[in-house]
Write a protein that binds this ligand. Structure first.
Ligand SMILES: [Fe+2]
Length: 182
């Protein structure tokens, strides 16, 4: 196993058992469910890896679990991006970096999208700046991986189901090893 992947797995084992921001699943379950949704959708390895890692910032950045309710955006996507950026290609880290912006983007371009958001996700939307304006939409669409970020976002949004049973973390090892930089 690549050293960085080993480190990532250690973070999953030690840091992922807490509740996920007011959702009925743990952070680890949420990230596994996001990867599972990507895999079920036939996403390529880099997008499955991005799905698994998208909230990695929460694992390494121990903000209060209910930060959104206290009016604090812990900016977890930037924390995750900074760690992952040295080890993974843009096709993995850009969707991670953009997954919160993708929510603001989808709220702006798809009126039905807001209905799929959980109450906690709607609350954090306001902290994250609300739906994008036209200028922000154009800027977002200029990002090379914005479509992958939107796909990741939709996997993220459905990955909060306490009834779903996913494969174990180890199942995703080949996806990470396929895209990690040696
Ligand atoms: Fe998430």
């Amino acid at each position: 196993m690549t050293e960085v992947v080993d480190t990532i797995f250690e973070h999953f084992r030690s840091g992922g058992a807490g509740a996920y921001l007011g959702e009925p699943v743990t952070l680890r379950e949420h990230m596994l469910q996001t990867a599972y949704a990507a895999e079920q959708d036939g996403a390529p390895a880099d997008l499955v890896a991005a799905a698994l890692l998208h909230d990695f910032g929460h694992l390494i950045h121990a903000g209060p679990e209910d930060a959104a309710e206290h009016g604090v955006d812990t900016e977890h996507e930037d924390v995750g991006y900074a760690f992952l950026a040295t080890h993974f290609p843009a096709s993995v880290i850009d969707p991670v970096r953009l997954h919160v912006a993708a929510k603001r983007y989808l709220c702006a371009v798809d009126p039905a999208y807001v209905d799929v958001l959980s109450p906690a996700s709607r609350l954090s939307l306001e902290l994250q700046g609300g739906p994008m304006d036209a200028g922000e939409v154009a800027e977002f669409e200029a990002e090379p991986h914005f479509e992958a970020a939107c796909r990741l976002r939709r996997y993220d949004d459905i990955a909060k189901d306490p009834e779903v049973v996913t494969p174990p973390l180890e199942h995703y090892l080949p996806y990470l090893e396929a895209v990690v930089r040696a």
